[in-house]
Ligand binder design. Structure first.
Ligand code: NAD
Ligand code: IPM
Ligand code: MN
Length: 356
């Protein structure tokens, strides 16, 4: 097949992990006989510096014309002054909104080879296999904002239609998995959460009779997630709760650097990015963990290009690289030796095989 991928490397470690992501993507294309054209485009802080805005019109156009968008990470201290008039993060939020990618899938799987890399006990995390479905284009991120000298407001809004469509995505996913859906809200305090709970209950009762639905308050969910993570299958939640809980959940797998994500809308086009940020504290040193980025490439192959065998081949190569002890410094808690970003990427490339 032939495909065109918009490549938005961004800032900080974004370009470092993207380099390994695109090398893996091109290697998969060669191995399976596809032509995948990469279209690098300015985005985030780098685009503020070169074009005066984080999402220049040419970048948005390139993303719309592409079959999928591959994204590194954006942001950093240079563009984060409290009085900054334009921020990299605004470009990311606008891109998600413009492309209509309302469903952000964040799978968390514990690789058996990494049981010692987590801060949590191996007996608690072994076998964890869950997916967060985070609502991505609504809620407090996109509500009206107001600020004067002594007051500030961020409005949180959700419509029933926005809740219905994200719950349908999550329930359809749960149906293909173990049939369990946990909806996370703060219905004891927030009006948006009371609507969320009511709509979720209705959609599941009417449209997904085989799904076991449980509602959970977000504070308790933060606790249950590290107390009994194996009990979860699919978790659906609003934008900000999903942002926070998935960084927490990354520690089940062992590191924030390991988690990929797919942001999907109505069509096949999606945005694929690791869930971590630009990691200014380690940027420029060649030690960032590229596995979350590479696993995001696998999600791109699966969801936007419908290349399932290719996605599996890449995921297996990552598992084998981890099994061979190729760990960046974020994964060496158990006392293992550390490798560089490039060495981890190489380890994946050298293990990439067509399935027999
Ligand atoms: P961060 O995710 O960049 O980093 C948090 C911690 O995790 C740091 O200690 C970092 O070194 C570590 N880390 C993150 N990714 C890693 C990787 N691949 N390998 C090894 N260690 C890794 O979060 P932050 O420091 O709070 O934010 C930095 C900037 O990134 C901010 O400007 C924020 O807005 C932005 N951000 C962007 C995205 C995105 O582009 N999607 C996501 C989150 C944060
Ligand atoms: C993420 C990030 C973004 C978010 C920021 C950078 C806007 O934290 O992708 O998880 O909050 O969605
Ligand atoms: Mn986040």
């Amino acid at each position: 097949m032939r495909a065109r991928i918009a490549v938005l490397a961004g800032d900080g470690i974004g370009p470092e992990v993207m380099e390994e992501g695109t090398r893996c993507l091109s290697a998969v294309a060669r191995l399976f006989g596809h032509t995948i054209d990469l279209d690098p485009l300015p985005f985030g802080g780098a685009a503020i510096d070169s074009h005066g805005e984080p999402l220049p019109p040419g970048t948005l156009r390139g993303c719309r014309e592409a079959d999928a968008v591959l994204l590194g990470a954006i942001g950093g201290p240079k563009w984060s002054a409290p009085d900054a008039s334009v921020r990299p993060e605004a470009g990311l939020l606008r891109l998600r909104r413009e492309l209509g990618t309302f469903a952000n899938l964040r799978p968390v799987r514990v690789h058996p080879q990494l049981a010692d890399a987590s801060t949590l006990k191996a007996e608690v995390i072994s076998g964890v296999d869950l997916v967060f479905v985070r609502e991505l284009t609504g809620g407090i991120y996109f509500g009206a904002k107001h600020r004067d000298a002594v007051h500030a407001t961020d409005e949180c809004r959700y419509s029933a239609a926005e809740i219905e469509r994200i719950v349908r995505v999550a329930a359809a996913l749960a149906r293909r998995r173990r049939g369990r859906l946990t909806s996370i809200d703060k219905a004891n305090v927030l009006e948006t959460s009371r609507l969320w709970r009511e709509v979720t209950q209705r959609v599941i009762e009417r449209e997904f009779p085989g799904i076991t639905l449980e509602h959970m308050l977000v504070d308790a969910a933060a606790m249950h997630l590290i107390n009994r993570p194996r009990d979860f299958d699919v978790l659906v939640t609003e934008n900000m709760f999903g942002d926070i809980l998935t960084d927490e959940a990354s520690m089940l797998a062992g590191s924030l650097g390991l988690l990929p994500s797919a942001s999907l809308g109505e069509g096949r086009r999606g945005i694929y990015e690791p869930i971590h940020g630009s990691a200014p504290d380690i940027a420029g040193r060649g030690v960032a963990d590229p596995y979350g980025m590479i696993l995001s490439v696998a999600l791109l192959l699966r969801h936007s290009l419908e290349l399932q065998s290719e996605a599996v081949a890449l995921e297996q190569a990552v598992a084998q690289a981890l099994g061979a002890g190729m760990r960046t410094p974020d994964l060496t808690r158990g006392g293992a030796a550390a490798c560089s970003t490039r060495a981890a990427g190489e380890a994946v490339l050298s293990r990439l095989r067509r399935p027999a």
